[in-house]
Design a protein around this ligand. Structure first.
Ligand code: ADP
Ligand code: MG
Length: 392
């Protein structure tokens, strides 16, 4: 197939005349459970009210066209193109929705020509999973319009296949699962080994709390190589310990055996993050089931310390944001997402998220860092079709 051809014209607005419908898939924050997904462990994300909308329309031919309000270039391909090899080079942002069509075609599902126009109110590339949202929104639209009988888990797996095998982003399963399977008022406990899920209640207002999501807006340049390096260390540690994945270690004292390895101290710290983080996810889920939301704060703090000291995936802006959140009155705070920048979350008494965010912005200015952006979030619904009112 080679690279996809560029489309004819920029699309300045979210507008598709005579659209057959509109669909939405959310971004997510991960409450806790970082770098545990590819270790067969546990994660606890929830869906944001922010995400990606897509307007979609069936065509009479076998063409699929892609446009986005945040990108100048659109693109198109034909359904026949999707039977060819995966392009060697990253063909542009439309690799995400094209990858979804490709993944559906790999499953021999009957596709039809479509026009797709995307619009986002989610910061892109901020660790809030706009990439999974664009894929999951595409799955939702295509499944409905082509009348594909796809269970929610299969939708999420299709989105993952698009990101992993077509775009070439080696993500775990958390983002696509969250964007598809989350429900309002709940965090999603996902067991990344057997893909078991549980909707865990998370009612912040009832606990007189709000959750601050603050984007440090740190450009993260080393992410890909550092992510691959962390994954390798985890695999090495599991192999040295004779287990299929670090999820199988529940007692940190078992990690002492790693010190005999070359780079043993490093492997021990990397593995210790994963083992203790899995335990924290399960402890937080227990507290949430019991409605003891404020009591999760120490686990958020411990998760951050573990990412900073053992897994070494935080950066100065992120650490400053977390420290300032705490000193300004947050009950607990941590980086969320893959690391090296991106967002932090802070659990705040109701009414304090805004002043806490302002203190972080002031601390950033004092330290010569760029201005952060923030919002508060409550758990929202996963991918769904929008009715006509909410689409406009
Ligand atoms: P994150 O998933 O944390 O936002 P990623 O780097 O994984 O960060 O994905 C961001 C990429 O997703 C963008 O660079 C772009 O290619 C694609 N993307 C997301 N949303 C849109 C959109 N509305 N229009 C076009 N491309 C998008
Ligand atoms: Mg992503």
């Amino acid at each position: 197939m080679g690279t996809l051809p560029k489309g004819p014209s920029p699309v300045p607005t979210f507008d598709l005349p005579a659209a057959d419908g509109h669909w939405f898939a959310p971004g997510r924050v991960n409450l806790i459970g970082e770098h545990t997904d590819y270790n067969d462990g546990f994660v606890l994300p929830f869906a944001l009210p922010l995400g990606i909308r897509v307007a979609a329309r069936l065509r009479d031919d076998d063409r699929v066209t892609f446009a986005s309000t945040s990108e100048a270039d659109g693109a198109h391909l034909t359904l026949a193109d999707l039977g060819g090899p995966v392009p060697d080079t990253f063909p542009g942002w439309y690799a995400y929705p094209a990858g979804v069509l490709w993944a559906l075609r790999q499953q021999d599902l009957p596709l039809r020509g479509l026009d797709l126009v995307f619009d986002s109110n989610l910061p892109v590339g901020a660790g809030l999973s706009s990439s999974a949202a664009i894929c999951c929104a595409t799955v939702a639209a295509v499944a409905d319009l082509c009348e594909l009988d796809l269970a929610p888990m299969q939708r999420a797996q299709t989105a993952r296949q698009a990101e992993n095998d077509y775009v070439g982003a080696p993500t775990g399963f958390m983002d696509q699962a969250a964007s598809t399977l989350c429900t309002a008022g709940h965090a999603l406990l996902l067991d990344c080994r057997d893909l078991g899920t549980e909707q865990v209640p998370l009612d912040l207002p009832a606990a007189d709390l709000e959750l601050l999501v603050l984007d440090t807006r740190t450009p993260h340049s080393l992410v890909d190589s550092a992510y691959a390096e962390r994954r390798r260390s985890c695999e090495q540690a599991a192999a040295a310990l004779g287990v299929p994945a670090l999820r199988d270690i529940t007692d940190v004292t078992a990690l002492a055996a790693l010190t005999d390895q070359p780079d043993g101290d490093l492997l021990l710290r990397r593995a210790r993050h994963v083992v203790t983080e899995n335990a924290r996810v399960l402890a937080v889920a227990d507290l949430l089931r019991a409605g003891r939301v404020a009591e999760i704060a120490p686990a958020l703090d411990a998760s951050h310390a573990s990412m900073r000291d053992d897994f070494e995936i935080t950066v100065p802006t992120v650490d400053l944001a977390v420290e300032t959140a705490r000193s300004a009155g947050a009950l607990g705070a941590r980086m969320t997402g893959g690391g090296f920048g991106g967002c932090i979350i802070a659990l705040c008494p109701t009414g304090s998220a805004e002043p806490i965010a302002r203190q972080i912005a002031a601390a950033f200015a004092t330290n010569g860092f760029g201005a952060p952006e923030w919002f508060t979030a409550e758990p929202a619904a996963g991918a769904h079709r929008l009715d006509n009112d909410s689409a406009s």
